[in-house]
Design a binder for this molecule. Structure first.
Ligand SMILES: *[C@@H]1O[C@H](CO)[C@@H](O)[C@H](O)[C@H]1NC(C)=O
Ligand SMILES: *[C@@H]1O[C@H](CO)[C@@H](O)[C@H](O)[C@H]1NC(C)=O
Length: 331
């Protein structure tokens, strides 16, 4: 019986444990879609490379455009906003530390189209196409050139993109929503760059890479491991040091409870069993019978005691009389 109980308890604990593990794995984002994940290296190389290629190829030529590198926080912000599946500008771009842990005033470009037609190249080249309606000389646009101006904005040097599958956006079913975020963001209040021969207006410590101004310090990659946009919903499962500590603590607690059950319980077999405290109908009847016999005995004993007392009373009276007689003889 005890072995059975132990097995049951262990099995229950194991089930709970496996369930938690499964939930953790599920929460960590197993992506079934064929669209690339925002930290997919090939995807990153493709869109960062294309950004730099197009920036080095502006007309009229630019003298101060910066080389771009990937930023993980920007790509997470792009993913977090993409999850909403709306073709609207991110409302958190201007708020401090809401879209990036270091930069404020983040830039954004968006593309939406059928999921099976998406490539990063198609989306980014569609933004670059806006240069045909942009007039650099007059700094005006016959339409909306905001994508192009951000794409070739001279001061921007960090980029992070993400593509999200959406059931429906506008008239497009099975849509792909592609978002790129830029830091520092373009203000779009002036011409996007200074005209001239490439790399002739770079910073003092800058080098020239692919006709763009690069800088080892500026272009260093920072992996913000535990930073995620606070407004992301649902929040991704991130195990920071506190979370790792709690996880370890739970494992220790689990092992400890197993240890207690396997070692302490056999030594005190009744410690957790309530079965023996329960009154069964048989037992109570037996108890009633024994109780009745006990009361009968008590009654008998009581009668005997009364008889004895009466006898004792008699003898004490006789003694008193004897004492009186003794007193009389003395006087
Ligand atoms: C751009 O500016 C020039 C000069 O101010 C003007 O002639 C032209 O019509 C403008 N074009 C657009 C599309 O606004
Ligand atoms: C141009 O398009 C962008 C993005 O769709 C939008 O945020 C911006 O307000 C538009 N600008 C104008 C002048 O229409």
């Amino acid at each position: 019986m005890e072995a059975e109980w132990l097995l049951l308890a262990l099995r229950g604990a194991l089930k709970l444990w496996l369930c938690e593990l499964w939930l953790l794995l599920l929460g960590s984002g197993v992506n079934a879609h064929f669209l690339p994940h925002e930290e997919d290296v090939d995807f990153i190389n493709e869109y960062v490379g294309l950004h730099n290629e197009l920036r080095g190829d502006v007309y009229p030529g630019g003298s101060n455009l910066r080389f771009m590198t990937w930023d993980v926080a920007l790509s997470r912000t792009a993913r977090a906003w993409g999850k909403k599946c709306v073709f609207k500008r991110n409302t958190h771009l201007e708020d401090i530390q809401m879209s990036h842990p270091v930069f404020n005033g983040i830039g954004e470009n968006m593309w939406v189209g059928p999921e099976n037609e998406f490539t990063a190249s198609i989306a980014i080249r569609s933004w670059f196409e806006e240069r045909k309606i942009y007039n650099f000389e007059n700094d005006n646009c016959s339409g909306n050139c905001s994508h192009y101006v951000q794409l070739v904005w001279d001061k921007s040097y960090k980029v992070g993109c993400a593509v999200t599958p959406c059931p429906r956006i506008g008239n497009i079913v099975h849509a792909a929503l592609f978002i790129c975020n830029y830091a520092p963001g373009g203000t779009l209040t002036r011409r996007p760059y200074q005209e001239g021969v490439f790399c002739t207006r770079c910073g003092i410590r800058d080098k020239c890479t692919d006709r763009l101004c690069s800088n080892a310090d500026r272009d260093q990659a920072t992996y913000y491991q535990f930073w995620y946009p606070s407004w992301e919903d649902p929040r991704p499962v991130v195990c920071n040091p506190v979370c790792v500590f709690i996880l370890l603590l739970r494992i220790v607690c689990f092992l400890l409870s197993v240890l207690i059950v396997t070692i302490v319980q056999p030594q005190f077999p009744n410690i957790l069993l309530e079965r023996q405290m329960v009154f069964t109908p048989e037992g109570s009847e037996r108890r009633k019978k024994t109780l009745q016999t006990q009361t009968k005995e008590v009654e008998k004993e009581g009668e005997q005691e009364i008889g004895e007392e009466q006898e004792e009373g008699k003898s004490s009276e006789e003694e008193e009389e004897e004492e009186k007689e003794e007193d009389v003889s003395e006087t």
